[in-house]
Each structure stands twice: as structure tokens, then as C-alpha cells.
Design a binder for this molecule. Structure first.
Ligand code: SF4
Length: 131
């Protein structure tokens, strides 16, 4: 049986965890202590646009219950890494601090390489983040 993994790019939903907040440089800054969110938090956050355009949330990986699941893995981080490599985006050299690394789906699949591109991932690319 596969150990339960954590999705590091989940929706803002009650019970999920606030993992990181987008900084002025456009990169996601991890919270030292992730915070469980509730409906009140989401209501406030939505007043300023899509929460997923400027924050990252974690939740249990839904595997086959998620449209990004390929049947054996999460397709998101594979696409992200392919894109970053194709565009030759400069990545950080060190491993960023992360509160969910021990259960992270992306780290489980791709190791430290996933972490080096992780801060560049915005969950909701449809909505422009407010300046
Ligand atoms: S990919 Fe790495 S940095 Fe990103 S959430 Fe997973 S363990 Fe943390």
C-alpha cells in the first residue's frame, strides 16, 4: 500500500493548509509554520481575487480523484519541470525550507529537482495576481 502523500498545489478549501505566499519577486515564500484554513479565511482572501493566484495550499493527494493524476503519478510537476528546462529558467541551487517535504507528492516523484522549481509554481494561472 502506498503511503499517503500531500499535494503542494491544492485549492483553497476549508481544512487545507496555507503553505506559501507569493512574494514581490513572484516566487512563493514558504510559511515557517503552515496554517490550516477555514471558510472565513477563504472568504476574506477571495475579496482580493483568486487565493490560488497568490498563495499555495496543501491537501492530501487525491490520486485518481484529481484530473492531473496520470494513473501512476502527478502530472503537474512533470509539466512544470519540462517547461522550466525548455525555457532555461534559472533555479535556486539550494533546497528551500519546506514543512511538508516528508510527505510531498512532488518530492516523492522528483526529489530535490522538484523543490528547486516549486517556488515558481502558481496554482491558478488563469487569474492574474494583483500587484
Ligand atoms: S516540491 Fe519540495 S519545496 Fe515544493 S512542496 Fe514539495 S517538498 Fe516542499
Amino acid at each position: 500500500m502506498t503511503a499517503e502523500r500531500t499535494c503542494p498545489s491544492a485549492r483553497a478549501a476549508p481544512g487545507n493548509t496555507l503553505l506559501a505566499i507569493r512574494g514581490p519577486d513572484g516566487r512563493m515564500k514558504p510559511l515557517r509554520t503552515p496554517m490550516r484554513i477555514d471558510a472565513g479565511f477563504i472568504e476574506e482572501a477571495e475579496k482580493h481575487g483568486s487565493p490560488e493566484a497568490r498563495m499555495r495550499f496543501a491537501a492530501p493527494c487525491a490520486t485518481s480523484g484529481c484530473s492531473q493524476w496520470t494513473g501512476s503519478r502527478c502530472g503537474v510537476i512533470d509539466k512544470v519541470m519540462d517547461f522550466l528546462e525548455a525555457e532555461q529558467v534559472p533555479l535556486r541551487a539550494d533546497l528551500p525550507p519546506c514543512a511538508i517535504r516528508s510527505t510531498c507528492r512532488w518530492y516523492d516523484q522528483s526529489g530535490a529537482a522538484a523543490c528547486k522549481g516549486c517556488e515558481l509554481v502558481t496554482t491558478d494561472m488563469r487569474a492574474p495576481a494583483p500587484a
